[in-house]
Design a protein around this ligand. Structure first.
Ligand code: JNB
Length: 835
């Protein structure tokens, strides 16, 4: 037979006729060997775990790819409505173990690796985290797309493929040092580059107006410096249901004319070097958590994400429906993960008007009916505002469109409130007085059909405070969607022993209907079950201890009978790691005074990254380390108290931490934490919460009942009314314990050879203007910690409380959250995929 090229008319049929890959151990073992030996060219002499991880991942990934194509075709065939989740961050963590769980090949892989004499856990731990996010907002996006796939909803995640993710944190002399995270160094077997779907993105230049052949005025954006956005796709498998959705991340690359322009001018080398300007756009994730900073490169990133994603969706639409956009809004919607991608509002207008010939009103109706905005923070300093001048220079056409949106919007406001100049100034998309700024949150509100907060309290505060003017205008736009976490990663995969006990007790259904965990409550009086629960938790504490020892590279001889008291999250003043430290110093002071009757041994674990430019947060890390150093080396203290700062907190670390925690610290100043999601991961794994009435803590307490939650602190209203007469020094003077703590700090007991380094921290806590009112909540916190100790000393009682916490965590599955987004906002129909 002569070799024949594929005929253009039928290449697909020839290629897709592949036999399904087997999911049993034989098939996986065979593929592993082939990849390891042939593709990767390794043998028994290879000492690196990386290639074992890679060979196994390739074998698993192949099995996802088949389902991925089927899902793609199922969506195409049904011509269903789709949603896009636009986010600057997807904090995915590791992929392998989650892919195995969702494919249903855990046992087969375990047996295959056993046969090959390999340690599966070691291979899983060889995978680097995809740290493409800062914290809560980025991890939420990752949990959301997991639930979308499990619910079989046609949702695509759109984000950026940063070459460098969140920095790695190391601690040197008690201080945070940032190291770049080149997570792609060894390649990424999970992604597929799709050059065929690249998009052209414009920057700079200017606009020109002309009259077209039909006599309409048209705008051209010309003399631009373009870059390409190239998509890299990652499969997102649902839980054992045949669905595999897509996470599409854009990488910026230079266009060909970049070279050409310079080459013609004779500057060949310079022209090639210029490529860097383009490729830098997606080089690095900005490591700022809830902190606006106005950097030019960040705006380029935001526009690249918005423009590339919208062009991708529009190209797909035109491919199917041609120039008819009448049904576009019925078939598409875009969920904006905070304001970071909110330039999409203006970009969709531009693309529809300038590129597809729609008139303003048609384009505006489509935009307003497809965009939905989620807010993730109440801190006013985190609200994004971009300089009008920067906008004019970088995105001149978009600035014109935003001015036009604003003019039409303000006309609407004046019709509703004639003559109310103050209100118009307050609501304008442009902030005046000083440098003109574009208020991105207002652009997102005006250009969308939905605005939501991420917990009941947060959504209420948005309506009453930050966005009250807009709430008065459009109350029907505002709604709440309480956050969640995916129970696949955050219970089944990270805590297999507990998952097995749960399944043995109530069956497997809980993995896709977490409300079924409620059935565990029927067993709180079953002695054997409680004993097994405690045993599993002790085992998890043992594992956590081993992990801490490995990460710190020192053995602190942690005792698993001690109360494991954990606070892991970004370091921020509003999260009040300082309040935690004050309590630790109080316990230390009690030990030194011999006040240890009825003592409960406690091991306090704190972890988290500080934004590199956030000096106070970095000082807090230093303080934690210095206090730890004193306490952990004091022979009087011994097993009674340990303090650990766990460096480089990240997704894969949380997977080891949350199963081994007894007590979860959720102690932010009331009214400041939008929701929190770590609180949910701990609860789901049976930890008890000590917390304020903030964010989703309020709803956690509602679910478990007051008896199973350690509540303390001022309410949001009390915090606000305290502000004009807050006197922390007076509180300190009336409290002996606080006085002794402040004396230790001021006497430089924890910084004997580093004079003055904690003065700023001490000053902030003692200031009547301290926004976080740390001192105000101290006494109430210490009292709540005493209740924790009493409960912990009664092992049976604690175990019951632990079971009740897990049993009532059903609400906090992202399956519930996503169902609400879908039922109320997206209105997508689930699509089943033939398995
Ligand atoms: C964030 C976050 C917010 C703004 C910026 C960056 N917010 C990150 C968190 C809340 C949590 C909540 C999660 C998920 O909803 O992560 O979102 O549980 O309470 O703090 C940011 C970055 C740059 C500029 C401006 C804002």
């Amino acid at each position: 037979m002569p070799l024949r090229r594929f005929k253009k008319s039928q290449p697909i049929a020839t290629i897709t006729a592949l036999p399904a890959l087997s999911l049993d151990k034989k098939g996986i073992e065979g593929d592993f060997k082939r990849y390891y030996g042939h593709r990767l060219g390794r043998d028994e002499n290879c000492r690196s775990l990386h290639y074992g991880y890679e060979a196994l991942s390739l074998a698993v990934s192949d099995r996802l790819t088949e389902r991925w194509k089927k899902t793609y075709n199922a969506y195409k065939d049904t011509d269903c409505k789709r949603a896009c989740y636009l986010s600057m961050e997807f904090l995915m963590g590791r992929t392998l173990s989650n892919a195995m769980l969702n494919l249903g090949v855990n046992d087969a892989v375990a047996q295959a690796m056993y046969n090959l004499g390999l340690d599966l856990e070691e291979l899983i731990d060889a995978e680097p985290d995809a740290g493409l996010g800062n914290g809560g907002l980025g991890r939420l996006a990752a949990c959301f797309i997991d639930s979308c796939a499990t619910l079989q909803l046609p949702v695509t995640g759109y984000g950026l493929r940063y070459e460098y993710g969140m920095f790695s944190q190391i601690v040197v002399d008690g201080e945070q040092v940032e190291e770049p995270d080149h997570w792609l160094r060894n390649g990424n077997v999970w992604e597929i580059e799709r050059l065929e779907y690249k998009q052209r993105i414009k920057f700079g230049g200017h606009t020109e107006s002309h009259i077209d052949e039909k006599g309409n005025r048209r705008i051209c954006w010309v003399d631009t410096h373009d870059v390409f956005a190239v998509p890299f796709d990652t499969p997102i498998p649902g839980y054992q249901n045949g669905t595999v959705n897509t996470l599409r991340l854009w990488k910026a690359t230079a266009t060909d004319e970049f070279d050409l322009q310079g080459f013609n001018a004779g500057d060949y080398a310079e022209a090639v070097a210029e490529k860097n300007t383009a490729e830098n756009i997606t080089m690095v994730l900005y490591p700022n958590d809830a902190n606006e900073n106005g950097k030019t490169l960040r705006l380029r990133q935001q526009y690249l994400l918005a423009s590339a994603s919208l062009q991708d969706v529009l190209a797909c639409w035109v491919g199917r429906h041609g120039k008819d956009f009448s049904k576009f809004a019925e078939k598409n919607c875009f969920q904006l993960n905070d304001t970071h991608p909110s330039i999409a509002v203006a970009e969709l207008m531009r693309l529809l008007i300038d590129n597809h010939g729609l008139v303003w009103d048609e384009a505006w109706s489509i935009t307003k009916n497809t965009m939905a905005y989620t807010n993730h923070t109440l801190l006013p300093e985190a609200l994004e505002r971009w300089s009008v001048n920067l906008f004019k220079q970088m995105l001149p056409r978009l600035m014109e469109i935003i001015f036009e949106i604003n003019a039409r919007f303000l006309a609407e406001v004046s019709t509703r409130w004639p003559g109310d100049k103050d209100r118009i100034a307050r609501m304008s998309l442009i902030e005046e007085g000083g440098e003109q700024l574009v208020r991105m949150a207002y652009l997102a509100i005006v250009g969308s059909y939905s605005v939501n907060g991420v917990a009941e309290l947060h959504s209420k505060l948005l309506q009453q405070g930050l966005f009250n003017d807009f709430y008065q205008l459009w109350p029907e736009k505002f709604n709440n969607k309480t956050n969640g976490v995916t129970p696949r990663r955050w219970l089944a995969a990270c805590n297999p022993e507990l998952a097995e006990l749960i399944t043995k007790t109530i069956g497997v259904g809980w993995l896709t209907d977490l409300s079924l965990l409620k059935k565990l409550e029927l067993h709180v009086d079953d002695k054997a079950f409680c004993e097994r629960w405690l045993e599993v938790q002790q085992g998890a504490k043992q594992k956590l201890t081993a992990f801490i020892t490995k990460e710190l590279d020192v053995d602190l001889n942690l005792n698993v009978d001690a109360l494991f008291d954990v606070q892991v999250k970004r370091i921020h003043e509003y999260k009040r790691q300082l309040l935690n430290v004050l309590h630790v110093i109080h316990l230390y002071d009690r030990i030194k005074r011999g006040d240890t009757a009825n003592w409960t041994n406690r091991c306090v674990i704190i972890g988290g990254k500080a934004a590199p430019g956030y000096h106070m947060a970095k000082k807090i890390i230093k303080l934690i380390n210095n206090v730890a150093n004193v306490i952990n080396h004091d022979a009087d203290v011994g097993d009674k108290l340990k303090l650990i700062f766990l460096p480089n907190y990240r997704v894969s670390a949380m997977e080891k931490i949350c199963p081994g925690a007894d007590l979860s610290e959720q102690i932010s100043t009331a009214g400041k934490e939008a929701s929190g999601t770590g609180n949910m991961k701990f609860m789901m794994n049976g930890a008890l919460t000590i917390g304020t009435l903030d964010g989703a803590n309020v709803e956690i307490r509602e679910e478990v009942g007051d008896d199973n939650f350690f509540l303390f602190g001022l309410t949001e209203e009390q915090v606000e009314s305290l502000r004009n007469h807050y006197d922390p020094v007076a509180i300190i003077n009336q409290d002996d314990d606080l006085q002794r703590i402040m004396n230790l700090l001021q006497g430089e007991h924890f910084n004997q050879f580093e004079p003055g380094i904690f003065d700023a921290i001490i000053g902030a806590m003692k200031s009547p203007h301290d926004p976080w009112v740390t001192i105000a909540d101290f006494r109430s916190f210490v009292d709540a910690q005493k209740r924790v100790e009493a409960a912990y000393q009664d092992k049976d009682r604690w175990t019951k409380m632990s079971i009740i916490n897990c049993a009532n965590s059903g609400k906090f599955s992202t399956d519930r959250t996503i169902s609400e987004y879908n039922n109320e906002l997206w209105k997508l129909t689930p699509v089943s995929v033939a398995k």
